[in-house]
Design a protein around this ligand. Sequence first.
Ligand code: ADP
Length: 491
Amino acid sequence: MDNKHTINGSKLRLLFVTSEAYPLVKTGGLGDVSYALPNALRQLGLDARLLLPGYPTVLEQLSLVEVHENIRFYPLQNPLRLLVGTMPGGITPVYVIECPELYERDGGPYQDSSGTDWEDNALRFGILSKVAALFGDHNLLFKPDIIHCNDWQTGLVPAFLKFNPKSRAQTVMSIHNMAYQGLFGTEVINLFGLPPESFSIFGLEYYGKVSFLKAGLFYADWITTVSPTYAKDIQTAEYGCGFEGLLTQRNQQLTGIVNGIDTNVWDPKTDTYISHSYDVKNLPAKFRNTQALRKKLKLPQLKNAPLIGMITRLTEQKGIDLVLPIIPDILKTGAQMAILGSGDKNFEKRLQALAALYPNKLSVTIGYNEELSHQIEAGANIFLMPSKFEPCGLNQMYSMRYGTVPIVRRTGGLADTVIDATPENIKKQIATGFVFETKSSTELLACLHRALQSFRNKKTWRQLQINGMKRDFSWHTSAKQYVSVYESLIV
Ligand code: ADP
């Protein structure tokens, strides 16, 4: 343990506020980060703790004790309780807001089971932010030096603290995805007692609405995002989602730090979801996972055919619309495909129709399935991730760790983590995948052909797998960069 990270002799105290955290509740990469980063920070000697809404899955999985009761917020009918437990399998204390009227309902954290946003999301996440701000006032037992906020759901925290003279904590706002901005009506200003002057272009106003994300970006003491390339991307009109001006103005307080991955959860040597464990020294055993995956997905056992995997939210962001038109061409090469995803109903239907057309070549599983996601990472030879934009991306790193060579578009975190298999990079033994430039199906297909050519050369392919498997994607390095940001704010 590194005990350097102290202020006046005591550990740096950090409250990590988030709307999801694996394994309690997860819809995407933020869930993974919220589990792994606080853990890694604690291993570096910080007193990092989580704050999370009390969704049913959170209350069920944690054994919780009450730490504060009777916290009242207008306009809630009933007072809240603050409970505390410990992350399953981890070491991080988790504060949970028990508020049945906001969080205890069927459906997802942001949407109901039909995929519609909860109508009261402004209130649900405004209250999450209010409770975080109470910690910032040092009104509760835990008195954080830094409050680390994540995405729009926590964007009001920096605004609440900025307008509160009693505030004691510094704020960091992390962007995991700019595309979700938390836009709500102006009634939010009164609802949460924000001063009228906050509703301005120099504040949280965005084209006549209130943006929770903009509140965070404008009022936070520091901004981070999840890769250096995405930090640059979001200062441009193409990727800034309208906030490029603000981010350019604040670029001296904007840092890009690549996410790590949880190397315990994602380790082909110890992964309990997969049928045959393997590592870099025992790479041929990977093939048994390919066989097991084919069997599970009812794909024929073709000897030399590559199996291409894709695990994704089915949204335009992930480039599924680039993949769909070329699926027949991909299958014509002799490759098989295993796709796991859920999201846009139109994409789901189109994929299912193609799977019905090519039952021996294409397997499509609609839904969210943690176990199958591990089995695809272990069983596939190639992983497709042709995102239009990608703040960091985790699956390309999981893939490299599992010896599954990724094909990615050069954007955001994909550009920062995958090294293209150019002849030069192959020669230097640093190549880990295949990278293409423009948002085009034709370019993606050409890149895939390039990958298939290498796949047929067993020696080159093995080297690509080994290069990827040897990369260090642990959180340790990234967590240290976050510590530097926190320390710069409190000295
Ligand atoms: P994003 O957060 O934009 O969805 P990331 O690549 O950063 O993308 O993280 C996605 C995470 O969610 C990964 O852990 C991935 O394995 C997981 N995931 C996405 N879709 C599914 C699914 N249908 N089933 C299981 N896991 C999924």
